[in-house]
Design a protein around this ligand. Structure first.
Ligand SMILES: NC(=O)CC[C@H](N)C(=O)O
Length: 226
C-alpha cells in the first residue's frame, strides 16, 4: 500500500500526518509538492491540514487550483483513496471532488478542542474498523468548518450514505448542517473531514480512536486484532 502526503505552502499538519502514516503502516509515505505535475503511484493520497496560501480568498481555494490537483483528480477518478483532513477537506470541496462548502464557523471564532464523533457509515474502507453508531473522540482545530450544501445536495448525500461522521448531538463546534463532520464522495473513495484523526492515534496522544481510520484506509488489520 503506497501512501502520498501532499504539501502546500502553509500546510502545518503534514508532519503529524507523515508521523501517523509511518507509525501505523511501518513505512514513511511519499511526499508531493503543490507544484508537482504528477503523483507517484499511490493507493492513498492525503491532503493534510493547515493554512494553505494563508487561507487567502477562501480556505483551500488557491490550493484547489494547484498543478498537483489535476493528478489528485486523476488518482481519485481511477479509484485511489483520497483523504482530506481539515484544510484538506476544504481543498477537496473547492476542487469539486467533494460536494458542498466549508464556511466560517457559526461562532466566528477558531475552535480548538476535542469533539465526539458519531460513525454514521461504516460500510466503507476508511470506516470499516468502527461500529456503526460508535462514538469516538477526535480533536478539531479550525475557523472554517461550517459545512454547507444546498438542500438537494444535502438530501442526496444523506440518502446515499455519504455522511461518514457527525458531531455528537449538542457538540457541533461550527454550525455544520446536519452536524456533518466528514463526507465521502459518491464512489466512497474520497473522504473529507474537519476533525484530525492523525492527532489521536497512540497513548501519548491521550487516546487512539483515530488510528482505525488509517488502518482501514491502508487496508491493515486493527492493531491488537487477532
Ligand atoms: N487545522 C487546519 O487544517 C485549519 C484549517 C483551516 N485553515 C481553518 O482554520 O479553517
Amino acid at each position: 500500500m503506497r501512501a502520498t502526503v501532499i504539501r502546500f505552502p502553509g500546510s502545518n499538519r503534514d508532519r503529524d500526518m507523515i508521523a501517523a502514516l509511518t507509525l501505523i503502516s511501518g513505512q514513511a509515505p511519499q511526499l508531493a509538492w503543490h507544484t508537482d505535475a504528477d503523483l507517484p503511484p499511490s493507493d492513498l493520497v492525503v491532503i493534510p491540514g493547515g493554512f494553505s496560501h494563508g487561507d487567502y480568498l477562501r480556505s483551500g481555494a488557491i490550493a484547489a487550483r494547484a498543478p498537483i490537483m489535476d493528478a489528485v483528480r486523476k488518482a481519485a477518478n481511477s479509484g485511489a483513496k483520497v483523504l482530506g483532513v481539515c484544510n484538506g477537506f476544504q481543498t477537496l470541496t473547492e476542487a469539486g471532488l467533494l460536494p458542498g462548502a466549508l464556511m466560517r464557523n457559526a461562532g466566528l471564532t477558531f475552535v480548538c478542542r476535542e469533539v465526539i464523533l458519531e460513525v454514521v457509515n461504516n460500510t466503507n474502507a476508511y470506516t470499516q474498523h468502527y461500529a456503526k453508531g460508535e462514538m469516538i473522540r477526535c480533536p478539531v482545530a479550525h475557523h472554517d468548518g461550517n459545512y454547507f450544501a444546498d438542500s438537494e445536495t444535502l438530501k442526496r448525500i444523506e440518502g446515499e450514505g455519504q455522511v461518514a461522521f457527525r458531531y455528537a448531538q449538542g457538540t457541533n463546534p461550527n454550525g455544520s448542517l446536519n452536524d456533518i463532520a466528514g463526507i465521502f464522495n459518491a464512489s466512497g473513495n474520497v473522504l473529507g473531514m474537519m476533525p484530525h484523526p492523525e492527532n489521536l492515534i497512540e497513548p501519548a496522544h491521550g487516546g487512539d480512536d483515530g488510528r482505525r481510520l488509517f488502518e482501514g484506509a491502508l487496508g491493515l488489520a486493527m492493531a491488537g486484532a487477532a
